[in-house]
Design a protein around this ligand. Structure first.
Ligand code: G1P
Length: 288
């Protein structure tokens, strides 16, 4: 069985939940403290053993490309001023991982974005990471999904129980829990109404897929919102191939949402060695 070494990041979205900040800047570049969102997710992928990343981009995403590129002038300036720590930080980013780009020329949905990765993926299993979801845990979330993939050799979805009133924001699955936190998925519905949802188990933005998804995506008709939905293609796949779900450990922040982003900022800031304690003191003062 081949190991998962490639990851696909669909980053062509317009970030409408975060306007006006995302009017001229990609949502993936919003900084959580001092790193853009996308860097946290690339770091998670690397910590899980990913060696190659494909960004499926769209218009107006050049700052994301620049972020992972060599910044010659900045490096020369930092080096001239003897700012070695900053120089190291900046250099590390451009050496993180092998990065590739493809343009999603039409905004036809997540399923269509994944189809754009077909040539990059070839005949290997691959991961998909959605940049809105920042997952903070002891073991990287993608690594937890990989453990399930390495056992069963088939599609794995990241899952989380969500309050029923929020289920219509997610792909929803139902299935049988076959071992601790691992589900054999039997049904999937993209963004169901609360009353139609088969469970409270939501798909979170982490997937391990196999190239078997591509012929299905190529034939997939538009679904919810008139878009080609990855969830619909996985439902089709589940009729012939086993699909698993992994209820991962860790705290997930929906950083595509303003309140979720704020919570993530506070959580991560409280853990920072340089100012976590001072920040906590400040928050306590403000709340009393
Ligand atoms: C996408 C998927 C959905 C999934 C969600 C996770 O929706 O279509 O199934 O639950 O990501 O973040 P989006 O949030 O892009 O509308």
């Amino acid at each position: 069985m081949k190991h998962v070494k490639k990851a696909v990041f669909p980053v062509a979205g317009l970030g409408t939940r975060f306007l006006p900040a995302t009017k001229a800047s990609p949502k993936e570049m919003l900084p959580l403290i001092d790193k853009p969102l996308v860097q946290y997710v690339v770091e998670e992928a690397m910590a899980s053993g990913i060696e190659q990343v494909l960004f499926v981009t769209g218009r107006g995403k050049h700052t994301l490309e620049d972020h992972f590129d060599v910044a010659f002038e900045l490096e020369a300036l930092l080096s001239g001023k003897g700012k070695d720590t900053e120089l190291c930080q900046v250099r590390e980013i451009s050496n993180m991982v092998r990065i590739f780009y493809v343009r999603q020329k039409q905004a036809l949905g997540l399923g269509h974005a994944i189809l754009c990765a077909k040539d990059f993926v070839g005949d290997e299993p691959f991961a998909v990471l959605l940049g809105d979801d920042i997952i903070d845990g002891e073991t990287p979330c993608l690594s937890q999904l990989m453990n399930v993939y390495n056992k069963y050799g088939s599609t794995v979805l990241g899952l989380e129980h969500v309050p029923m009133e929020n289920i219509s924001s997610y792909g929803c699955v139902s299935g049988e829990e076959i071992s601790d936190s691992v589900f054999k998925v039997t049904n999937l519905v993209e963004k169901p109404k609360k009353e139609d949802a088969p469970s409270d188990l939501a798909i979170i933005g982490r997937y391990i897929l196999t190239p078997d998804i591509f012929p299905i995506l190529a034939k997939q008709s538009p679904g919810k919102g008139g878009e080609i939905q990855l969830t619909d293609a996985i439902l089709e796949l589940s009729k012939t191939d086993a699909v698993y779900g992994c209820k991962f450990e860790g705290i997930r922040h929906d950083c595509g949402d303003k309140l979720g982003f704020l919570k993530a900022t506070v959580d991560i800031a409280l853990k920072r060695e340089e100012f976590g304690k001072d920040f906590e003191k400040y928050l306590r003062e403000r709340l009393t």
